[in-house]
Ligand binder design. Structure first.
Ligand code: ZN
Length: 851
């Protein structure tokens, strides 16, 4: 800690901040006063704290008898101010008084301004905050490090007709005689600065619901409260579920969930005042798809999980952020799964979050989940697939290995032991080690402190199972001899009965005895292991012959492992295309989603332009029987996932399969929708929008864009925005990119919208040229922390001449806010380029013989 120049000196420790903030929404400025109770530990001549884009007007230190003046000296690069004291201050208790002023920026961080158009067409302003990782210092001078925990008591002076929200309940309000009102809020618990929040503006709130003693509200920009019911239902369930899981009372005095029109992240877990982007909170459930409702449930579960894990117990420094985010992501799955078991959240986790992490983590440019962080810029880059995805996946792996109840006990011990304090990762392992027979800390260190994951080769040798591990890489490297302590769970059938066993593979190779007469076995029982499995040919054949005996997650990882192996050159992609036939009787939406993903990936990277018709016929041969089986109309008996699967199947049939009747159906559905006819099945509407967009017609684009601009429903806007990126046409791509820069598309969405455009099969290269041409403007308007999303579009650009241009561009264009993500996605691009060179010929031959 001492060597890190970004850490503040520990000579002065804050305990309590009394803050008064007066935001001026029109002028985009604010004025503030604060009194901080501090302890001076050793005699000091200056006080150093964080401060950025703030002007300190006066500063003094008092202890009741003595007052010492102080003058500010700013260090902009380090985002600090040194308050140089007129005379040294003795050790003891002091009060630091500061007056200051600052700006409400438009960068979606610190104290910033968001805007929206109300129902009467008037532009309205909101002042709101986003402090994580290190932007509280843009709202008030403070010790802006997570282990400087303190109490906060805020007074907000705001227009009388505005709503003002912070971490705690309102306790007093006074008229200010100038049309404003000063609202004082209760003192918070002892907490980190990054969890403080202030939100001011024309909001409205649901009546508080008493959730076991905790008032809970959904807050939305005026006019949008009609979209709050689903969020309120999710919030109540998740709150109770999580509190019961942790078995610790909620540490705050109320809990608000607030929708913000401009928001860089998905949501932020501020103590008692969780902020969300609108699409992560507001929805009309009657017109929403399962995925849209799930997204809201997920985010709410995640942010409430943080109220204990992260807010009550907090990492000491930013390298511990993985634990915070991984754990909240893990708990989000548990809460969601409990609320809607029929949505099979853990299967969806295996189909979405786990592969998202595995995609980055099979690169040499991956990083350990826990990674040294020194500067704020490095802290901001930690919010990635490894922190959220791999972190939660390896927690799931160890939970399933040691047992759910054992895991829960260990977590409870950890939280109770460290309440209101700060921790390092080893503290959690200590809690789990106390509860489990297995050496949890030793096992987890190999997954957390080193990057990557293994592939386990499984083969039968003399009636026993030989397991061998080696690192699995997108571009294989025989010289890499990293190993992991792999918690392996076996399950299979022998002599007509099933068997299960757990093993710790902590060497390169081990042999496991098996019962006699093994018919089949899986080396990743339940599919929760964060590793790939390469079965010997005979074991693979037995698995394929017994697919129905595997659980859905096991079937999923079997197919996904084969697809990953083919992409890495360990198997032929045509063998994966052949394997899809074995899944023709499959019922699980998540597994079909993988089939469609494989078909889409092959279409994008491996199919020659001259063979698109042949490939479409191949897609139809997969999609038509499925759609025939599901029917084209929803039935009252359909589960939500069946309805979702129908939408995805019809969408794939129409876009990749170019199925004429499906295209016709989509066009007529979209025409009705644009004419104002209510389409009640959101899954089918989403499918129809995608199919029509895939036709690339300019008139459709114009109509979609108009509807996008007119809509005030955040879910509808998002649905249309996705469709706008699916028109595979360079002129349209150029126009969409222009809209991300001139503000017709909100800056919060610019990065992912541009990334999606790079994924167009024909126009992707031209879209890249346009992204490149307008790079500086994009950097200017899009929030820095969203650039990772833009990087995620690069691997699609695998045509050799485009890939070369991409690499050349980033070789000379530094992107400090996302350099790690850029490096990772360029490596993935390289792997895709190699796969294209290696596999295109074979896919051509395969298409000639199968169609
Ligand atoms: Zn989180």
């Amino acid at each position: 800690m001492a060597e890190n120049p970004y850490r503040l000196p520990r000579t002065v420790i804050p305990h309590r901040y009394r803050l008064r903030l007066e935001p001026d929404l029109e002028a985009a400025t604010f004025a503030g006063d604060e009194t901080v109770d501090v302890t001076v530990e050793t005699e000091v001549e200056e006080i150093v704290l964080n401060c950025a884009e703030i002007e300190i007007e006066s500063a003094q230190l008092t202890n009741g008898t003595l007052t010492i003046g102080a003058s500010p000296s700013y260090d902009e690069e380090m985002e600090r101010v040194r308050l140089v004291l007129e005379t040294p201050a003795e050790p003891g208790a002091w009060e630091l008084d500061l007056s200051f002023s600052g700006i409400l920026n438009d960068k979606l961080r610190g104290f910033y301004r968001s805007r929206f158009t109300d129902v009467d067409g008037n532009e309205q302003f909101i002042a709101t905050t986003q402090f994580e990782s290190t932007d509280a210092r843009r709202a008030f001078p403070c010790w802006d490090e997570p282990d400087f925990k303190a109490r906060f008591e805020a007074t907000l002076v705001v227009p009388a007709d505005s709503m003002a929200i912070t971490n705690t309940s309102e306790v007093e309000r006074k008229d200010e005689s100038d049309g404003r009102v000063a609202i004082r809020f209760a003192e918070t618990m002892k907490m980190s600065t990054y969890l403080v929040a202030f939100i001011v503006g024309p909001f409205e709130a649901t009546d508080p619901v008493d959730v076991d003693g905790v008032p809970t509200r959904i807050v939305a920009p005026r006019g949008k409260l009609g979209l709050a019911d689903w969020a309120l239902e999710c919030a109540q369930f998740c709150f109770r579920y999580l509190r019961d899981y942790y078995a610790i009372p909620y540490p705050g005095d109320k809990l608000d969930h607030i929708a913000i029109p401009d928001f860089a992240f998905g949501a932020m877990e501020n103590v008692g005042a969780i902020t969300y982007r609108e699409t992560a909170l507001l929805i009309d459930p009657a017109q929403a798809s399962q995925a849209e409702k799930l997204r809201i449930l997920d985010v709410i579960g995640h942010e409430i999980a943080h109220q204990w894990f992260g807010n009550l117990v907090t990492m000491s420094w930013w390298e511990g952020i993985w634990l915070n985010e991984a754990f909240a992501s893990f708990m989000e799955m548990k809460a969601t799964d409990a609320f809607r078991p029929e949505w099979k959240r853990w299967l969806a986790f295996t189909a979405v979050e786990r592969p998202w992490a595995m995609e980055v983590d099979h690169l040499t440019s991956t990083r350990p989940v826990e990674f040294e962080v020194r500067s704020p810029a490095e802290a901001d880059q930690m919010f990635d697939a490894l922190t959220y995805g791999k972190g939660s996946a390896v927690l799931r792996m160890i939970e399933q290995f040691i047992g759910e109840e054992t895991f829960r006990e260990g977590v409870g011990t950890y939280l109770r032991r460290h309440s209101y304090g700060n921790t390092v990762t080893a503290d959690l392992w200590a809690g789990l080690d106390g509860a489990s027979e297995w050496p949890v800390g030793d096992i987890m260190d190999t997954w957390i402190l080193q990057g990557g994951y293994p592939e386990i080769e499984a083969a039968l040798v003399d009636g026993a199972l030989r397991l061998r591990q080696r690192r699995f890489l997108a571009i294989p490297d025989e010289t890499d001899d990293t190993t992991w302590k792999v918690p392996v769970r076996l399950r299979g059938e022998a002599g007509g009965s099933t068997f299960e066993s757990s093993h710790l593979l902590d060497d390169e190779e081990t042999t496991v005895p098996l019962p006699t007469g093994v018919e089949w076995l899986t080396v990743n029982a339940g599919g929760s292991g964060f590793y790939r499995v390469a079965y010997s040919d005979d074991l693979l054949e037995r698995l394929i012959a017994n697919l129905a005996d595997l659980d859905p997650t096991e079937r999923y990882v079997l197919l996904d492992d084969r697809f990953a192996a083919a992409r890495a050159g360990e198997a032929a992609m045509t063998s994966v295309l052949g394997l899809i036939d074995a899944f023709s009787d499959e019922d699980e939406q998540a597994i079909w989603q993988l089939v469609f993903r494989i078909l889409g990936w092959v279409h994008h990277h491996l199919v020659d332009d001259g063979q698109l018709d042949a490939y479409a016929a191949c897609v139809r041969s997969v999609g038509e029987p499925l759609v025939d089986r599901l029917g084209r109309e929803s039935k009252p008996t359909d589960s939500d996932l069946t309805r979702r699967l129908r939408g995805q199947a019809v969408g794939t049939l129409g876009s990749l399969g170019r199925h004429p009747e499906t295209i016709e159906w989509a066009q007529s559905t979209v025409t009705q929708y644009l004419d104002g006819v209510e389409i009640t099945d959101a899954e089918m509407l989403t499918a129809a929008l995608g199919v029509v967009a895939a036709q690339g017609e300019r008139d459709s684009f114009t109509a979609f864009f108009k509807r996008f601009q007119e809509s005030s429903n955040p879910q509808e806007q998002l649905r249309l925005l996705r469709a706008l990126t699916a028109f595979d046409d360079a002129d349209i791509g150029r126009e969409v990119i222009d809209a991300t820069i001139d503000g017709r598309i909100r800056n919060q969405d610019g990065s992912w919208v541009q990334a999606s455009l790079l994924g167009n099969r024909q126009a992707g290269g031209d879209n890249w040229a346009e992204v490149r041409r307008r790079w500086d403007e994009t950097v200017e308007v899009c929030p820095p922390m969203t650039f990772r999303r833009l990087a995620e579009g690069l691997p699609a650009l695998s045509r050799p001449e485009v890939a070369a241009d991409v690499k050349a561009f980033f070789a000379e264009t530094p992107v400090p806010m996302a350099d790690k993500a850029i490096a990772q996605n360029l490596e993935l691009l390289e792997a895709n380029l190699l796969a294209r060179q290696r596999e295109t010929e074979a896919v051509r031959g395969w298409l000639e013989t199968t169609t």
